[in-house]
Write a protein that binds this ligand. Sequence first.
Ligand code: 6GU
Length: 240
Amino acid sequence: MRIDVLSIFPSYFDGLTLSLLGKAQSTGLLDLRVRDLRDWTSDRHRTVDDTPYGGGAGMVMKPEPWGLALDEVAGSSDDAEGGRRPTIIFPSPAGEVFTQKTARDLATREHLVFGCGRYEGIDERVFEFAADLGEVRLISLGDYVLNGGEVATMAMIEAIGRLIPGVVGNPESLVEESHEDGLLEYPSYTKPASWRERAVPDVLLSGNHAAIAAWRREQQFVRTRTRRPDLLPDGEDEHS
Ligand code: 6GU
């Protein structure tokens, strides 16, 4: 998978060279290209923002640098020749909410482009123009406000990247995770069997695999009902 990131703070993404996603880049499973949006400015101050038409607080990102940057990373070469269009994602608190389902969907794409704006926004015409180059998605991490799209983009790249086949060494570890089956994950324990007077639940030491599976499933429902009842459709909790 190829991922292009456009940002005025490219060093935010240095962390993506660590751990599993760093390995995925050195083995060629992930081709991550982080670019400085200011490289597509031409004035001495490398200006990317301006005051809003109609007035109001804050600044708005100018369309010109975005247009030139998107021409280059989303308009050109590889995609056009293969007849494929990239998926162009603008992180935004005004977008659809990102979930594990979104991550699974985006993990099937060959080319993602993330356009990191500042929270006051990007000139609206950029989104319209980008739709000529690919499928445009405005995506939010949740109902709170960040200063810009960088942290949201990192979270999305990590969630998507680990679903690329081969990135996570043991694919079975992707199955029994929170949100993969619409429930929260069951609790985990390791040695010692007793620690500071606290025992590991007996069933996990029993060797009875059916009983362990049933206990874990029940724990998933208990946790989900307690912490995230919104995830349970009415009547689906057979353990209540
Ligand atoms: Cl994607 N961007 C910003 N600026 N704030 C957010 C967000 C995104 N998701 C939640 N809050």
